[in-house]
Design a protein around this ligand. Structure first.
Ligand code: KG4
Ligand code: ZN
Length: 332
């Protein structure tokens, strides 16, 4: 049996995955969040060093499989330069010593198609809402390699804002899961008067920096008087409203009836529940990958390599870049 080996080292998680055909046979993540926690965010240099440490750990786990690797697939970007560097150099060396070739794939494309890990016979077209620590994108997915970027955040990404708000409240990193768990028993429509910036402005694009600043001011001015739980619930509710509003606009514009929510923040149960609730009446089905494939993972990277090989679309890294002008430009 031969395997495709995928490596994802773009941010703060060292991930490896093995595929046999399009089945995940092995998937492991060495998480660094316990280190970045004390800095309340990812520190690029620390991430680089931890990836080198992570490589040792990952390859201790998979040592016995190494001679059966048929192809090495790695994340070529976007991401933190140091982290990407470790992943790319290691992948190239591994491929060299095993005498196999490499494919560099886009992290964004990995997230966008990650739904196919959980639903193998999923069909196009769909609208993908990519919400992660690095990106907030609304993409019209017409097929494999046919992506139209329709909206993106003009400032902070949504995951970044979750992390920042958590750090204002001294909750550590990553902020999303803490904010979600604190908000869990709050009213579905609970809301302080936080703003809904860009609701009616700038077409399909988002802006979250105003909401972030407003939440920070709110925290500073209402110290000791307002419950943290309520702040978290309000912030979460407001940010979900902003995402929902623009997504509805895009669904109407494209007339597509399937919405796929991907990226780290799609692990947020409240968010997915609210989207499903409001889109049910328009007959839009809302789906997300299973929880382990919402946040960064190597299986989404290996999957792209699998499709690449299957459909004979193998290209060198440079050609691959050119095939994604929109996504490459917007992800810098
Ligand atoms: O996709 P991801 O693992 O990495 C990037 O590509 O950036 O996303 C990480 C982001 C972090 O900002 C984290 O706070 C957020 O996903 N996140 C969440 C939840 N779990 C992770 N945000 C909201 N609710 C969650 N349950
Ligand atoms: Zn990601």
């Amino acid at each position: 049996m031969s395997f495709l080996c995928g490596l994802e080292f773009s941010c703060d998680d060292s991930c490896i995955s093995f595929f046999n055909n399009n089945n995940v046979v092995f998937s492991k993540i060495y998480k660094q969040s316990f280190i970045h926690m004390k800095f309340k965010g990812v520190v690029p240099n620390v991430a680089l060093h931890e990836h080198i440490h992570g490589l040792g750990i990952l390859f201790d786990w998979v040592f016995y499989d190494k001679f059966l690797i048929q192809q090495v697939i790695y994340t070529k970007g976007p991401g933190l330069n140091g982290s990407l560097f470790v992943g790319i150099v290691f992948s190239k060396l591994l491929a060299f010593f095993l005498n196999v070739s490499t494919i560099g794939v886009s992290h964004i494309e990995g997230h966008i198609l990650s739904i196919f890990i959980s639903f193998k016979f999923f069909s196009f077209p769909y609208v993908a809402l990519l919400i992660s620590g690095g990106h907030t994108f609304l993409v019209y997915v017409r097929g494999f390699m046919k992506y139209v970027l329709l909206g993106c955040s003009i400032d902070d990404s949504i995951g970044e804002v979750f992390d920042k708000v958590a750090s204002y409240l001294n909750f550590g990193y990553p902020g999303g899961p803490v904010i979600e768990s604190l908000s869990v028993n709050n009213d579905f429509f609970f809301n302080f008067m936080l703003p809904h910036p860009f609701f009616y402005q700038y077409g399909f694009n988002f802006s979250f920096s105003g909401l972030k600043t407003c939440t920070r001011n709110f925290i500073n001015f209402s110290k000791n008087t307002i419950n943290e739980v309520n702040i978290c619930a309000s912030f979460q509710n407001n940010s979900v409203d902003i995402l929902l509003f623009k997504t509805i606009m895009i669904l109407k514009y494209t007339n597509v009836r399937t919405l796929v929510i991907v990226g780290g923040c799609s692990a947020n149960y409240f968010l997915c529940k609210k989207f499903s609730f409001f889109l049910k009446s328009s007959n839009v089905s809302v789906l997300s990958p299973s929880l382990e494939f919402c946040t960064d993972n190597a299986s989404m990277i290996t999957l792209i390599g699998y499709y690449y090989l299957k459909w004979g679309k193998y290209m060198c890294d440079e050609q691959f870049c050119c095939a994604y002008p929109m996504l490459d430009i917007c992800s810098v």
